[in-house]
Design a protein around this ligand. Structure first.
Ligand code: ADP
Ligand code: GLC
Length: 507
């Protein structure tokens, strides 16, 4: 798939990179991490790197659909987790786009993954699996074993969030010589999840020596993310705004900002991109009608299709406000709950797609019962419907309490669906308030995390919607926002290269 082209002799040598994540689109996805763990490796492959990705093969992942097959050298690898020894078989698959193919390694095991359908939580109850410490200790050990058994010691190992942070610790503590030429990058996608477990029991399961125990302990618990932050050579996070917030805010970072402060010299924000082959209204095969700004009337067909799918009555003049979200506190459902009565009295319709916290699901479903003509909610995870919502809605609401980067506000922009966001983290970095005076801006924002402030921002959007000329100008701005991976992947490339240069100096 990758085109054979002659390399520029002066171009820097491609690097070997192992990108490790707990979810990767389209194989396994619960949120934005999966999209990043697809788009970024593909963009790095475009820069010629020998990049491979690795994730666990959870029960819900189909072997057939993902063309998963065995690798001779990686069968029945004994891996200990505390007293228990389980066999891991690492299999092969790939992630692709029309230009590129990236090798994917997947750890299989009956006890930890096949027997459990969800990625982190039981889909029936929504509760986290009780053995998540073991599931990810096991996975991280298999990452290290895969490199050793393949005899493939990458230049860079790039880990993401707490679930894969232990790889850094295992490489540095257990195999310092083998990986002495390997540089490790950790990306924090969400510092709210740190992988915290009862210290004594969970640390014993890691099999690591007592003398490194302090590196894993935070507020009396075992903290996977803390260990990653200590052992990684470089740390990144997914927007400049969020980087500032987690450095400054002990509450938001659960006290890990102290480590970030110490490591500030090697801490870099890099904004996520979006994949233009997957999220573009002119190429999207999942939507009712493809469109560009030049033929925006076709977007209306997507609106007709969308309201029908959600069982609402179509009315051209009534704006449709959408949400697609994990149903968790982070996403600002507390504000929606508080504002719902006032909001749903306005001349709007709302469509919401999400799953997660059962209490939030119930809250949304009872609102739908009360306002059946105004609000339609679908509980579940539906990738295709998510595209159709982006294509058909007029506005997209993201009242997140905090948001490391956020991808949906960017998807919304390119589909001409105007975002209304709480101005935090990546939302503040990507969405600029529309000014009718200057005709600049790509959405609407509110600063105070309050229902009243959110309603005011929605009102501004509704007023602008009535002025067709202004609304078209706003859509034009939104659709021409530049959110592709090409800039961000070069920034990651720069970090990898700078790390390699430090290695050359120490030789
Ligand atoms: P987060 O990673 O915090 O969930 P992002 O905005 O970065 O937030 O990314 C969310 C991603 O997950 C988007 O691709 C969004 O479309 C998708 N998503 C979230 N919930 C659902 C759902 N219920 N069905 C389909 N896609 C969803
Ligand atoms: C996390 C964050 C989200 C971010 C995504 C990808 O899930 O909550 O803001 O966009 O990771 O980096």
């Amino acid at each position: 798939m990758s085109k054979a082209k002659t390399r520029d002799r002066n171009a820097p040598k491609p690097l070997s990179i192992l990108f490790v994540a707990s979810e990767i689109y389209p194989i396994a996805k619960t949120g934005g991490l999966a999209d990043v763990a697809y788009g970024l490796p593909i963009a790095l492959r475009d820069l010629e790197h020998d990049i491979r990705v690795m994730l666990p093969k959870y029960g819900a992942i189909s072997e057939r659909k993902n063309r998963i097959h065995e690798i001779n050298r990686l069968k029945d690898i004994p891996v200990s987790v505390g007293e228990r020894t389980e066999l891991a078989t690492v299999k092969s698959s790939s992630i692709t786009n029309p230009r590129q193919k990236v090798q994917a390694y997947m750890t299989t095991n009956h006890h930890y993954y096949d027997s459990k359908w969800g990625l982190y939580a039981d889909p029936e109850t929504g509760a986290d699996y009780e053995d998540n410490d073991e599931r990810f200790i096991f996975f991280n050990k298999t990452v290290v074993q895969t490199c050793l058994l393949l005899g493939w010691i990458p230049n860079v190992v790039h880990v993401n969030d707490w679930q894969t942070a232990l790889t850094a610790a295992y490489m540095r503590v257990m195999f310092p010589d083998k990986f002495k030429a390997t540089k490790i990058v950790l990306t924090i996608h969400n510092i709210a999840n740190q992988g915290e477990f009862p210290f004594k029991e969970a640390f014993a399961k890691t099999g690591l020596p007592a003398e490194v125990a302090e590196n894993f302990k935070h507020k009396g618990k075992l903290n996977f993310l803390k260990a990653g932050m200590i052992y990684a050579d470089h740390i990144t996070t997914v927007s400049e705004g969020y980087a500032k917030e987690i450095l400054a805010d002990a509450k938001l970072s659960n006290g890990l900002n102290d480590i970030l402060k110490k490591r500030k010299a090697v801490f870099t924000p890099i904004l996520n991109g979006i994949d233009p082959l997957i999220w573009s209204p002119d190429k999207d095969k999942t939507i009712a009608r493809r469109f560009t700004f030049a033929d925006l009337d076709k977007k209306e067909d997507n609106k007709i299709d969308l309201v029908k799918k959600f069982g609402l009555q179509y009315n051209e003049a009534t704006p449709v406000i959408a949400m697609i979200s994990r149903l968790v506190e982070q996403k600002g459902f507390a504000l929606l709950k508080e504002a719902a009565e006032s909001l749903l009295k306005k001349d709007i319709q709302m469509v919401i797609l999400g799953e997660g916290d059962k209490k939030i699901e119930q809250m949304l479903l009872s609102l739908m019962k009360k306002y059946p003509k105004k609000l339609s909610v679908k509980i579940g995870f539906d990738e295709i419907l998510a595209h159709q919502i982006e294509a058909g809605a007029d506005m997209f609401l993201m009242p997140s309490l905090f948001e490391p980067c956020g991808l949906n506000q960017m998807y919304s922009c390119v589909y001409g669906t105007i975002p209304i966001v709480h101005a935090v983290g990546g939302l503040a970095d990507t969405i600029k308030e529309f000014s009718p005076k200057t005709a600049q801006g790509n959405g609407f924002t509110f600063v105070k995390f309050e229902a009243g402030a959110m309603l005011k921002a929605i009102d501004k959007a509704l007023v602008t919607y009535q002025n067709k000329e202004q609304w078209m100008g706003l859509i034009k701005n939104a659709m021409s926002s530049d959110f592709t991976w090409s800039k961000s992947s070069k920034q990651y490339d720069g970090i990898y290269r700078a790390l390699m240069a430090t290695l050359d100096k120490t030789k």
